[in-house]
Design a binder for this molecule. Structure first.
Ligand code: SF4
Length: 412
């Protein structure tokens, strides 16, 4: 008999549709083109303190999730967020706007120069196009210009990628891709999205046959074989004078941390904060010594905390069986910094990392299940281990050279 709990995966919180969690309602802000100004950052931090409980998650979609709102305050915040250019004006428009862009598109000299243009145009077309309402609110897009911060291991329903000096469209994880010019790329993507909305409004993210959809273009496809992923750290000094990056421990920060980031960006950088899907924030044109302004955040990629991917757990999520943030420092210390990522999940849903990972701890009502090369809901023989037993297991777990290691990011 299958004893696995039924997982509700089909719904995502937004500004217009907040989600009730263990510490009140959660409101999601989706920054345009994955970046905010220092003024917007101050506004978000003020709002989190004034109307929420001051806690903010940075998600793997580079969105900010403000926690601890009353139902009444979730309504108060909507016009303020729109006024500050952090949301589309209507719920319908906001629902379509799930777009992740190379975080340093405009700064990284190795990122394809068309990246910013493509992202801007795609965003505008998404906002203006009618007839997409049948697509899931989770239907998402990526514009990956490569360079020093490629999104090769991030996947959405429709991925636009710079590849071998040209642009390709990839559907979900499929290997057959369509070549197109940068100028036509947004048009092709919109045609695909409209076709799906009108004929077959499904997600493509995990559809192994998604590339069959290209038949509507009657075009030749090529094989997509990206080179092994090589990405610079998004924590510490970024590139040559590009700026500095700070990691958000376990994806959760306080509004005061965001105020501080905004302050430094405003007075020492160019006033921009770039949000990454690796739960870090890059302050462009800031210099190394400014990293000392952030003692509570991660400023060194060797920091053990930056090798943990965790959901907020109890008490923030009512589904969580364990206070993850209480256990996380102990687990991080044990895991260290040379074995890839340790995924800690409060329940089998695996919100923080829905993909396969080399090792995942899934909290149960009675300790942790340990899953090797699987997802949080994968069956395992290592069940209900106490924290000391889990620590002992991790101490003897092999280095990633002998195991599959993945930090793939499927934008669910
Ligand atoms: S994975 Fe974590 S955040 Fe997601 S539902 Fe489970 S406990 Fe909640």
């Amino acid at each position: 008999m299958n004893m696995k709990p039924t997982l509700k995966r089909g719904w995502c919180p937004s500004l217009f549709k907040p989600m009730e969690t263990g510490d009140g309602f959660l409101v999601r802000i989706k920054p345009f083109l994955s970046r905010i100004t220092s003024e917007q950052a101050h506004f978000i931090a003020d709002t989190a303190n004034r109307l929420g409980n001051g806690l903010i998650n940075l998600s793997q979609k580079a969105n900010l999730q403000l926690r601890g709102f009353s139902r009444q305050n979730t309504l108060r915040i909507i016009p303020e967020v729109i006024y500050n250019h952090l949301s589309a004006p209507t719920s319908y428009q906001e629902k379509k706007r799930n777009l992740l862009v190379s975080p340093l598109a405009a700064l990284d000299p190795l990122c394809d120069p068309a990246t910013e243009w493509i992202a801007q145009h795609l965003q505008t077309m998404l906002l203006r196009t009618n007839g997409l309402s049948r697509l899931s609110g989770k239907f998402s897009f990526i514009v990956d210009g490569g360079g020093q911060y490629p999104l090769t291991d991030c996947f959405s329903d429709i991925n636009l990628r710079a590849y071998q000096g040209q642009w390709v469209i990839q559907l979900g994880h499929t290997q057959k891709v369509m070549v197109c010019s940068a100028e036509k790329a947004p048009l092709f993507v919109m045609k695909l999205a409209k076709y799906l909305a009108q004929h077959d409004p499904r997600r493509l993210i995990h559809d192994p046959e998604a590339d069959k959809l290209f038949e509507i273009f009657e075009t030749q496809l090529i094989n997509y074989n990206p080179p092994p992923l090589k990405r610079s750290s998004s924590v510490g000094v970024i590139g040559e004078n590009l700026g500095i990056g700070v990691g958000i421990p376990y994806g959760l920060m306080h509004a005061d941390d965001l105020h501080q980031l905004a302050e430094v960006a405003q007075h020492h950088g160019d006033g921009m904060l770039h949000l990454t899907p690796w739960r870090s924030i890059i302050l462009s044109h800031c210099s190394e010594e400014l990293l000392s302004f952030f003692p509570r955040l991660i400023t060194d990629e060797q920091d053990f905390k930056s090798h943990i991917i965790a959901c907020p757990g109890k008490p923030y999520c009512p589904r969580s069986a364990i206070n993850i943030l209480q256990d996380a420092p102990i687990l991080a210390q044990t895991w260290g910094n040379n074995r890839g990522y340790l995924h800690i999940s409060g329940c089998p849903k695996g919100c923080a990392l829905p993909d396969v990972n080399s090792i995942t701890l899934c909290a149960t009502g009675n300790g942790y299940n340990i899953i090797i090369n699987g997802k949080a809901d994968t069956d395992t023989v290592y069940m209900h281990l106490s924290l000391p037993e889990t620590v002992a297991f991790l101490k003897h777990h092999p280095a990633p050279s002998s195991i599959k290691n993945s930090s793939e990011n499927s934008l669910q």
